[in-house]
Design a protein around this ligand. Structure first.
Ligand code: LER
Ligand code: MN
Length: 270
């Protein structure tokens, strides 16, 4: 597993999400991440309008890093955009926002991540209605992404974050409903540890629909700081034929730098 490619989440702008390990000065962070031995940066971008893709590319390329995936959750966290809001204008804005990520994702050959942008179902919205909106939104975004050869990865999130798609079984069911080859899952070990009956069993079930992979330990600290067995679960992941990045998304404790270094030491030792 020592040849596995590792990336880490880096927000292009200041963000509230606590497990975006790095935020702030972009170029300094990229240089630092590359120097630690990472192979890529997963970019968290609230709005593609705020970034210049060519400039981002110049910075990451200068440090020989790849961009395996682009996170979109800040559009929910900071602007309240959601595929399942009761207001049709908000749903439409969420769809347009995801479509606006397609050129950048195509440029980097990155997957577009759908995390909290799917929304949490508000009390006035019926769950089945929310699921119908979610499927429609994913079909529309998926079609726009497919034209550019881009894949979309929805991340099952634990029950304390959303009521929509908490585990792999629900994710696979959603994949059936969406019915698009470029739509798959992002699995995150922190969420899996809370929701999956068996982490390894669920990784096997998701199989070739795993488009991206997040690692954090059971306490959402860096791998090695909790009680997850990364040796077993990453072996299972690569047994499925997964050839993508293993991306660190953990709380910057005791600080971002130490967490990122400890993660790489632990993961490279497996
Ligand atoms: C994002 O990748 C994630 O894992 C979520 O916990 C965001 O809220
Ligand atoms: Mn995640």
């Amino acid at each position: 597993m020592n040849s596995m490619r590792l990336s880490i989440v880096l927000s292009t702008h200041a963000a509230q999400f606590e497990a975006a390990t790095f935020k702030g000065d972009f170029e300094n962070n990229v240089a630092n991440i590359a120097e630690m031995g990472y192979d890529g940066v997963e970019l968290a971008i609230r709005d593609p309008k705020l970034v210049d893709v060519d400039e981002l590319d110049r910075v990451v390329s200068r440090h020989n890093l790849r961009v395996p995936a682009i996170g979109t959750g800040q559009a929910w966290g900071e602007e309240g955009l959601s595929f399942t809001d009761s207001d049709p204008a908000v749903r439409e804005a969420a769809i347009e926002r995801v479509k606006s990520h397609v050129p950048g994702a195509a440029h980097f050959d990155a997957a577009i991540i759908i995390g909290l942008l799917r929304g949490i179902v508000k009390p006035e919205v019926d769950h089945d209605q929310a699921m119908a909106w979610l499927v429609e939104a994913l079909q529309e975004c998926g079609a726009a992404a497919a034209e550019a050869g881009v894949r979309i990865a929805l991340e099952p999130l634990n029950r304390y974050e959303t009521t929509l798609i908490n585990d792999v079984a629900e994710g696979l069911d959603l994949i059936e409903q969406v019915g698009a080859d470029n739509f798959g899952l992002l699995l995150d070990t922190f969420h899996m540890n809370i929701e999956e009956p068996s982490i390894e069993g669920s990784i096997r079930q998701a199989g070739d629909r795993i488009f991206h992979f997040h690692v954090a330990d059971s306490n959402r600290w860096y791998p090695g700081a909790g009680h997850l067995d990364f040796s077993a679960l990453l072996e299972t992941l690569f047994d499925t034929g997964y050839a993508g990045f293993v991306s660190g998304e953990f709380i910057p404790e005791p600080d971002a730098e130490t967490a990122a270094r400890e993660a790489i030491v632990h993961l490279r030792s497996l």
